[in-house]
Design a protein around this ligand. Structure first.
Ligand code: RB5
Length: 144
């Protein structure tokens, strides 16, 4: 599975820590930026990630801003993106099981590295249930 990661400046430190963590497990995350703690705009980062996922360059995206809120709002404006903030372990499971999220989102200023690693592991180990949840996702894709 190909996993891409991107953050604004508010999530930069956590992004770098996650890249290092997964590197130790021989998993390379595709780093889509930002490249430093210099201020940048999270909608631009969300757009880069959305295009990457929609063009099937990666199977899963990890997005991080200060709270996870702005960057998830921005990512979810792209048709076909299902970005979910994994704000606890239960939501990490449900975001896969029921929502089949293709982007998972964290807050660099609100979540600890260990909590985030645990939630990513839970998400990756969970299967999408399909069935009625597929129908609901299809309704999201239909839009208005
Ligand atoms: C940037 O200061 C901050 O607003 C951003 O990282 C994010 O938390 C927005 O929702």
């Amino acid at each position: 599975m190909k996993i891409a990661i991107a953050s604004d400046h508010g999530g930069f430190k956590l992004k770098q820590e996650l890249i290092e963590h997964f590197k130790r497990q021989n998993i390379t995350l595709c780093d889509l930026g930002t490249k430093s703690e210099e201020s940048c705009d999270y909608p631009d980062i969300a757009a880069v990630m959305a295009h990457n996922i929609l063009q099937k360059e990666s199977d899963l995206g990890i997005l991080i801003c200060g709270t996870g809120i702005g960057i998830s709002i921005a990512a979810n404006r792209f048709k076909g993106i299902r970005a979910a903030i994994l704000y606890d372990d239960f939501c990490a499971e449900m975001a896969k099981k029921h929502n089949n999220a293709n982007v998972i989102v964290f807050g660099g200023r609100t979540m600890s590295l260990s909590d985030v690693i645990k939630r990513i592991d839970i998400f990756l180990q969970t299967e999408f249930e399909g069935g009625r949840h597929s129908l609901r996702i299809a309704k999201i894709e239909q839009g208005d």
